[in-house]
Design a protein. Sequence first.
Length: 384
Amino acid sequence: MAVAVVMPRLSDSMEEGVVVVWHKAVGDSVRSGEPLVDVETDKATMTYESELDGTVLELLAGEGETVPLGAPIARIGDPGEAASEGIAAPSVAPPPPRRRNGRVLASPLARRLAAEVGLDLAPLAGSGPRGRIVKADVEAALAAPAATPAIAGAKGANEAVELTRLQGTVARRMAESKATVPHFYLETEVEMTAAVAARDALKAAAAPDEAIPSLNDIVVRACALALHDHPKANASYRGETFELHSRVNVGIAVAAPGALLVPTIFDADRKGLTEIAAETRALSAKARGGTITAPELGGGTFSVSNLGMLGIDSFAPIVNPPQAAILGVGAIAERPLVRDGELAVGTLMRVTLSCDHRVLYGAEGAEFLATVRRLLEQPLRLAG
């Protein structure tokens, strides 16, 4: 008997998904655990593996189609079982592709393929659902004879860029945070001379295949230990209560192509610098490569965002709800300071703590930030 495959829940906040590419066609056999379809969610594009053994009888959603959570996208059953031939091709010329926010609708795969070869999607007729351009349309256009190039538009004309699902989710969450979370900000300077020396010593002593902790890994380790001692900074606001988390899970902001992702280092207070470094490298690579999974993006209780490598002295990041705080890390630079009553040059780094005032009060945030600063200025306490 045929069984419907429904749009799976691949992230906690997912309400719908986009079918990016099918790995199986109508008539193909499939086994449990084999890749069935790539789905773009509000967080990432992920491969959904079949939970059934059988034959693909129908594909109920085309590439590029948006499907609500729980709606059927395919049918799997026994070979020869009665089923339609899948998604029927239109018997008449396909309608022009619909536009959204001024941009031609196309599947992520079709858009990526077109970008690789420099193909303009606007003149193409889409054969996908609701006129959406799919991979086959791009391939057909590439195989067709070249047409006379059109006259370029007016210089300086504006272009409306459609947000990806992930970009839309980030935009919505950040707007909601600024509108509903009462932020306050605390900034301090950290003397990083000892931390830089400790990092250099770790680099010199590292084995060839060992992950070398970066200064950001040292910051993450300091935050994790400080969160253990300041539980309200490791809390979440939920309605009329706040939840004090038993685990310290630090999110690391990563700039991925066209998106901002925050993978999570779970139980960061129980992990040493080398382990944190190895996990951060692996998660960052997966985020930038588009292979990060929903569980790796969830569960954070605190976040760290570092723009110091881009030369930014300081910035105030937006709190990532329901977390109570996020630390913004600036560049390390030599600046004048007073040491033992005399003017000197120090290696300083500015950090800014953005807090949810419903959970943290000023003094509590200041105490947490002071602990982070003390740990960074005495890096031997971070060993482990």
